[in-house]
Design a protein around this ligand. Sequence first.
Ligand code: AR6
Length: 170
Amino acid sequence: MATPTISALQADITTLAVDAIVNAANSSLLGGGGVDGAIHRKAGPELVHACRLLGGCDIGDAKITPGFRLPAKFVIHTVGPVWRGGRHREPILLAMCYSRSLQIAADCGLRSIAFPCISTGIYGYPIELAAQVAIDAVDASPHAPSMDEIVFCCYSRADLDIYLQLLGGP
Ligand code: AR6
């Protein structure tokens, strides 16, 4: 299988016309602030109706819905860990968010996926540590090779700079 293009960019993830965008949700899957709020606003009320049928989601797991009014065809909702100092399985749970999302995308035959910086906003995970976990999890995923394009979508320039440095970009 071909190697996917793995890149980082600065954007509002709700504008990306990829097969799936990933949502940094909470375990209720019924919406919230941050990127979750932005995704629900843009997708429209159909999204919360679809999420209600999913029965919530464990930390480190992921579930898929249509994208409704988003340019992305699907939303993969995952629940990152709350940062509690780093010794409460945060790295493994965060890595699971990326690997489970890729597994679901591959199972659904999707070819392009964009991730936000899961857990690094309201959940307080330090961005430098989270970005390394994210890159390592994607590299290690057996499902990554079935993708054409994997995007790390950063909301701030500072977050993008960290990804570009870790990815060895300019
Ligand atoms: N596009 C891309 N990234 C964004 C956008 C956007 N439109 N908006 C924010 N970000 P957060 P978490 C970035 O707080 O830490 C919600 O209430 C943001 O700058 O959205 O996983 C959920 O319901 C940061 O880099 O998610 C949960 O309760 C990243 O997205 C809780 O927040 C993640 O920040 C989840 O917290």
